[in-house]
Design a binder for this molecule. Sequence first.
Ligand SMILES: [Cu+2]
Length: 173
Amino acid sequence: MALLRSCVVFALISTIIPVMTLAKDFVVGDEKGWTINFNYQAWAQGKDFRVGDKLVFNYPVGAHTVFKVNGTSFQNCIKPPANEALTSGNDEIVLATPGRKWYICGVGKHCESAGQKLFITVQPQSSSPSPAMAPSMVQMQSMPYSSKAIKDTVNYQLFFGVLAALVTLSFAF
Ligand SMILES: [Cu+2]
């Protein structure tokens, strides 16, 4: 009984852990995609970008491009060489390192006149998930298990108590 329960708890935990640490995909601009006259800073606000997560830039091919730039180029909308542009219309960028990341569109004056620029800060993968999750995992692992173990003990005590009472009664009568 206790073995079965610990197996169930273990199975639950091993199912939950990979789901919680799974990398996320961020579709830039959500259903609006990568376009002009969209507030990408408002979009990025409150989102938790982590190393291993992915940015997806969706746009009609030819309408826009994606350049990864530095802070200065972001500020001044300075386009890198054209061959550095992403142009597929479904550009996926894996956030490989923590820190600040800047992206701009290289078409026309989309960056300077229409605000087609994105700035995000990527957090390390390990820093938040483990310390934040570790105590809760420990709790999940130990607390329900130990309380169940206590319950089992109580149940057995009750069972044997009742059994002993019945045996005593059957001898008495
Ligand atoms: Cu554009």
